[in-house]
Ligand binder design. Structure first.
Ligand SMILES: Cc1cc2nc3c(=O)[nH]c(=O)nc-3n(C[C@H](O)[C@H](O)[C@H](O)COP(=O)(O)OP(=O)(O)OC[C@H]3O[C@@H](n4cnc5c(N)ncnc54)[C@H](O)[C@@H]3O)c2cc1C
Length: 475
């Protein structure tokens, strides 16, 4: 007889492994299946996020930022650096160690929570009375059965039409995080979150980076004040960003890649790069799951169709994370996973997409939550805006990083915070205060009245809140 579980999670990325942990905490006999494998054949749970996404990109962003700081920012502190050099192999080895620590951490958590981990590829194999049968293909094939199945199979990179990713010349995120030398000329198609992060890493290490973006405006989804500031700052750093570009022919040679594209003013340009990173978004991944054999419904874009609570069309089959609608973010996947486990236990968790924070880990970082000013205008919402630049923040001056600002948007009548947008040092950490505030329905006055330690960057948040009421103290 096959092994029986209350909950089977297919996919061990941030959505899947956290769903499994929460299900186990709630007392369910839980299994998690994941197929990601390290070069030595060992399991590598953690999905895209841990293996080729959030974690390795932040490791390389940190290494490259340290290199740039040592080369450019230390001097002003009186620190002289001679003979500065970059050992790319060592940087990549460190990244691999960081990834492996996270893989091992998840394996430890599976053990700690008594989750049965199956290293292999899971697929539906029909139904046995009220239990779903799931096959695991891999080194240790198995057939297991579960009352509930949570699908957390994630996403994969989108390729340019007719330009296959070879991860030699044409790179996806995996290739972009693994180049063993700094390219001289690097092209990046797509100036979104991933493109900007990858472009930043290699620019800091010395590559000439050109970013080709199809949309007419830079960072169109970001508040325009922040996007404009970002474009100015990134241009100053030497990131060449072209918007409104139409990619034509891409010729992949043995040593380089030539891209023919049309600029926003209609000029045809032929540019040659050592490598081309393609970061034009990601598509849901549910191949090989054999969902069609049990009648699982996908939408027209290939996402598994779910309701607001992550229920698919099949009884007791749920889907979460990148493989379903909504922002493709690790923390969104995690929250959905936890919420589904709690729903299975009969609880009533709630996940508000409007308070999910977004972060771009460039330098300076960009982070936001809630509505942008352009969205409020389009929705006809009456609001007040306040902003405060880091140049007027004592801690930022002491740190030597005064780039950027905090902008707060609040309802004119109720003063409820509707959105907070930051570009500046540690924006990724600062945004949490805004998330908490919005989750608790705080007003801008609430933030203005809360004591913020001095001197901290968080004082810029308080000042932006004061600015909503036209009464900043330090500007
Ligand atoms: C370069 C890059 C940087 C990123 N940075 C950030 C960031 O800083 N912050 C952030 O929030 N998000 C970031 N993301 C996005 C984030 O990685 C994803 O949103 C997140 O990983 C989605 O989690 P998931 O659990 O839905 O899927 P995934 O992480 O994709 O995990 C799915 C797992 O399921 C496995 N799998 C698939 N099918 C099967 C099957 N049938 N059987 C067994 N296993 C299967 C896959 O191999 C994989 O291990 C980044 C992405 C990239 C590419």
């Amino acid at each position: 007889m096959s092994q029986q579980f209350d909950v089977i999670v297919i996919g061990g990325g941030p959505g899947g492994y956290e769903a499994a942990i929460r299900a186990a905490q709630l007392g369910f006999a839980t299994a998690c299946i994941d197929d990601w494998t390290r070069p030595d054949g060992k399991p590598a749970p953690g999905g895209t996020c841990t293996n080729v996404g959030c974690i390795p990109s932040k490791a390389l962003l940190q290494s490259s930022e340290n290199f740039e700081e040592a080369g450019h920012a230390f001097a002003e502190h009186g620190i002289g650096v001679t003979g500065l050099s970059m050992d790319v192999a060592k940087m990549l080895a460190r990244k691999a160690r960081v990834v492996a620590q996270n893989n091992d951490g998840i394996l430890y958590l599976f053990k700690k929570n008594k989750i049965a981990f199956f290293h292999g590829f899971g697929s539906f194999a029909g139904k046995d009375s009220d239990r779903w049968k799931v096959s695991v293909a891999g080194k240790a094939p198995a057939e297991i059965a579960g009352t509930h199945v949570i699908i957390a199979t994630g996403s994969k990179p989108r390729a340019l039409p007719n330009v296959p990713i070879d991860n030699v010349r044409v790179l996806d995120n995996d290739g972009a995080l693994s180049m063993n030398a700094v390219p001289k000329r690097l092209g990046v198609v797509g100036a979104g979150v991933i493109g900007l992060e990858m472009g930043s890493v290699w620019r800091r290490l010395g590559a000439e980076v050109t970013m080709l973006e199809a949309l007419p405006a830079f960072l169109q989804a970001v508040d325009t004040t922040i996007a404009k500031e970002a474009q100015k700052l990134f241009a100053k750093q030497g990131l060449a960003i072209q918007t409104g570009v139409a990619i034509g022919k891409v010729d992949v040679g043995s040593k380089d890649v030539t891209v023919t594209y049309t600029t926003s003013d209609g000029k045809e340009v032929k540019a040659t790069y050592d490598h081309l990173i393609v970061s034009i978004g990601r598509v849901p991944f549910s191949e090989g799951l054999k969902g069609d054999t049990v009648g699982l419904v996908l939408d027209e874009r290939g996402f598994i169709e779910v309701d607001g609570e992550c229920r698919t069309n099949l009884a007791n089959v749920w889907a979460i994370g990148d493989v379903v609608r909504g922002p493709m973010l690790a923390h969104k996947a995690e929250e959905e996973g936890v919420a589904v486990a709690e729903r299975i236990a009969g609880q009533k968790p709630h996940l508000d997409f409007n308070t999910i924070p977004w972060v771009i880990y460039t330098s300076p970082e960009i982070a936001w939550v809630g509505k942008t000013e352009q969205q409020l205008k389009a929705d006809g919402v009456d609001y007040r805006a306040g902003q405060f630049p880091f140049i007027a923040n004592g801690r930022a001056r002491a740190m030597g990083d005064t780039r950027g600002l905090v902008k707060m948007l609040a309802d004119r009548k109720t003063d409820a915070i509707l959105g907070v947008h930051i570009i500046g040092p540690m924006a990724s950490e600062l945004i949490s205060e805004a998330v908490v505030a919005m989750e608790f329905g705080a007003s801008s006055e609430d933030i203005a009245r809360i004591t913020h330690a001095h001197p901290t960057l968080s004082e810029a948040m308080r000042e932006a809140a004061l600015a909503v009421d036209g009464r900043t103290l330090n500007l």
